[in-house]
Write a protein that binds this ligand. Structure first.
Ligand SMILES: [Zn+2]
Length: 353
């Protein structure tokens, strides 16, 4: 065998191994199978069921329709503007992966074997899902992974794993983190996610102030929604609703919208108060992404928090995330048909992208 053939032969062995390991892999007792048009025909072969989705739940324990729900939720990441590439294609072209695990423990077991000592391994504080991103190797290739848990892991009222109330809202939220991190990894300042840049923080801060002025009664925003188990685990103050009808309950009387968000949704608006909370507004960005992609407001997931997000959806905060999702670019100064001019008070260069 001549030298060139030897090299070719070695490469084909390497490719064969790569193909096998990409198909199914077992780490610490958890096996993940790649999902594509052949292995998961009901996924339609569309992203992420085009080789970017890994099913890590044994077939005997897999709830029918859940994998399809993941694909359906991700497909909603497309741009609202016809012919325009949006977050969907951006995540796909950057190779963002989705993993579907039964529990947080399975996710940690697998990811810590597959991506040892990396930011892709979920922390023990994660609840219904986790997203990590990093750059790796000689060519600094990007790695972005979202792990979706079928069971949410709660600790506040004792350690328990309970059925995830909404896989689709989880995918919308984790997809928002993946989109944020992908934008960051491609930016001139890859250490700074878009959700942490000054204009975005200002949009959220200004919207909060405006909400306090626009809505003297918190009942218009929060209504009588009862805090969910997930919100309670995310350090909501109590299960008590903010209002009964139009009557503000005692614990919230005289408080501003901002004060009530601090009590009811600290994870999203005051993350430093919460174990596992991400700095700045990364979780506000992610949850708004779930909203603007039509994956928000699912039953019993984040009922009180989502009432607030709905009120922000058409303000600057929601409009900014929507603009990014639709255009893969910062909202322009002076506004645009789909971005209010009153919000665009910051030069685009401040976005660091
Ligand atoms: Zn999050």
């Amino acid at each position: 065998m001549n030298r060139l053939l030897q090299v070719v032969s070695f490469l084909s062995v390497l490719f064969a191994f790569t193909a096998i390991s990409a198909h199914a892999d077992t780490q610490n007792g958890v096996t993940c199978n790649v999902q594509n048009a052949t292995t998961f025909p009901t996924g339609g072969g569309v992203y992420p069921a085009d080789g970017h989705l890994y099913e890590c739940i044994p077939a005997s324990m897999l709830i029918i329709g859940r994998e399809e729900s993941i694909v359906g939720a991700v497909q909603k990441f497309k741009s609202d503007i016809s012919g325009q590439q949006g977050a969907l294609e951006y995540l796909q072209s950057n190779g963002a992966l989705f993993y579907h695990f039964r529990t947080q423990a399975d996710a940690i077991a697998y990811m810590s074997g597959e991506y040892p000592n990396s930011l892709l391994v979920p922390a023990s504080t994660t609840r219904c899902g986790y997203t990590g991103a990093d750059s790796k190797g000689m060519f600094m290739s990007k790695r972005i992974t979202s792990s979706i848990f079928d069971m949410c892991h709660y600790t506040r009222a004792g350690i328990e794993d309970v059925q995830n109330p909404s896989i689709t809202e989880t995918v919308g939220h984790e997809g928002g983190h993946a989109f944020d991190y992908t934008l960051a990894l491609n930016s001139s300042n890859p250490g700074t996610p878009t959700s942490e840049t000054t204009p975005f923080l200002d949009y959220v801060g200004n919207d909060l102030q405006n909400e306090n002025a626009i809505n003297p009664s918190p009942c218009a925003i929060f209504g009588s929604a009862v805090t969910s188990a997930l919100e309670y685990d995310l350090q909501a103050d109590a299960l008590t609703p903010v209002c009964q009808g139009s009557t503000v309950q005692a614990a919230y009387k005289g408080k501003s919208i901002t004060n009530i968000l601090q009590l009811k949704s600290p994870y999203f608006f005051f993350p430093s108060q919460v174990p596992g909370g991400i700095a700045d507004y990364a979780d506000a960005w992610a949850q708004m992404f779930a909203f603007v992609t039509g994956n928000g407001r699912q039953t019993n997931f984040l009922p009180v928090t989502d009432n607030a997000f709905q009120s922000f959806q058409n303000l600057c905060f929601g409009s900014a995330v929507s603009y990014w999702k639709n255009h893969l670019a910062p909202p322009p100064v002076g506004g645009a048909p789909d971005f209010p001019g009153t919000c665009a008070t910051y030069p685009a260069s401040e976005w660091n992208h």
